[in-house]
Design a protein around this ligand. Structure first.
Ligand code: PMV
Length: 349
């Protein structure tokens, strides 16, 4: 009957940026000051699962995150809901048939769960908004380019709309229509590439990415230099390294870009510290390991939190994990209540 809810469940994976997005030129539309590039993890690894239900009997839109009801009036959430409904209406006016037109006026209930700690700098907002937009689109029967909508939920979310190696092209239009994600290479391209996530702390990050970026844009001249003079060349080099599967170049660019991102955080006033002493120990360990072999076999990268993400090739995983276990025995409580664990991931769809 008409009262029977229409229910859809989807999952979306986390993506890890190797060229970082940091800083917006337009806060409302979420338009970045530089392009970025990431690796999307495999669907069944770090992911968000979202269920959306629509029914004529629902009185209002509602959302639950990890079992707790959250504020549906959140502006970014509203942007995504509005844009999906607008696209549905537009497609109907264009004469494109939708799955269920009657549901356009229907309210939604959204339930979203992460299988990893929220807001610990593990790109939870990326998987979360990508999943929300994708699931809403399924419910309303909309297809096609959706990364521009996911971007309006959380910038990095636009990159989780595609698998494999993905660039977010900053674009130059004021309306943001050309600020979209694009797949550089599919997940099948580099099967030997591995991703290790080292959870150094599951605590919430002290400075969220939104306010952190804002302060950085306002106060850091290093960020301006990075966006204008460093990232454009680095994007081109990174795309070439990915296409050639040149691990040493990929790894070196990844580490340099992570370091420059955290340097812009230090250059921000007041400064922002995302790395802790464990993060610094991991950085030193990676350089010592690579130095030992006179070869770049392992790379680290850190987002807005202390957890390390390691890139390496399949053949080096067992030995590097042994080295990690030696210096950071698992399940031991360390300073700052750090619990160390690691998981091996593959790039995926
Ligand atoms: O999309 P946001 O607002 O969560 O920002 C993500 C920022 C970084 O994770 C630090 C870098 C990136 O490109 O993912």
């Amino acid at each position: 009957s008409m009262d029977k809810p229409n229910i859809v469940t989807c999952t979306a994976p986390v993506n890890i940026a190797v060229i970082k997005y940091w800083g917006k030129r337009n806060e409302e539309l979420i338009l970045p000051i530089n392009s970025s590039l990431s690796v999307t993890l495999h669907q069944d690894q770090l992911k968000t699962t979202t269920t959306v239900a629509t029914s004529r009997s629902f009185q209002e839109d509602r959302i639950w995150l990890n079992g707790k009801e959250e504020d549906i009036t959140h502006p970014r959430l509203q942007s995504c809901l509005r844009e999906i409904r607008r696209l549905t209406r537009k497609r109907r006016n264009d004469g494109v048939p939708c799955l269920d037109l009657s549901c356009l006026s229907h309210k939604v209930r959204i339930c979203s769960v992460n299988n990893f700690p929220t807001a610990a700098g593990l790109a939870s907002s990326a998987a979360g908004f990508a999943c929300l937009v994708y699931t809403l689109a399924q419910v309303f029967g909309v297809e096609g380019e959706l990364s521009g909508i996911a971007r309006q939920g959380s910038g990095s979310a636009c990159r989780s709309m595609y698998g494999g190696f993905v660039q977010w092209i900053m674009g130059n239009q004021d309306d943001g229509k050309d600020s979209l994600a694009q797949q550089v290479e599919p997940e099948t391209h580099w099967p030997e590439l591995r991703v290790l996530v080292l959870v150094a702390s599951a605590e919430r990050k002290p400075v969220g990415s939104t306010s952190g970026m804002q302060t950085s844009v306002e106060t850091s001249c290093l960020l301006k230099h990075r966006a204008e003079s460093v990232v454009p060349g680095r994007m081109a080099e990174m795309i070439e390294a990915v296409q050639k599967k040149d691990f040493p170049t990929f790894a070196e660019l990844t580490m340099k870009d992570s370091n420059q991102f955290h340097a812009t955080c230090l250059d921000t006033y007041p400064p922002i510290f995302y790395l802790n002493s464990v993060s610094h120990q991991i950085i030193s360990l990676v350089h010592r390991y690579n130095g030992h072999y006179r070869d770049t076999r392992v790379a680290y990268t850190f987002d807005a939190g202390p957890n390390a993400v390691i890139f390496t090739l399949q053949q080096h995983v067992p030995e590097f994990v042994q080295v990690l276990k030696h210096f950071f025995p698992p399940e031991t409580k360390r300073e700052h209540d750090v619990i160390f664990s690691y998981v091996v991931f593959k790039a995926g769809p």
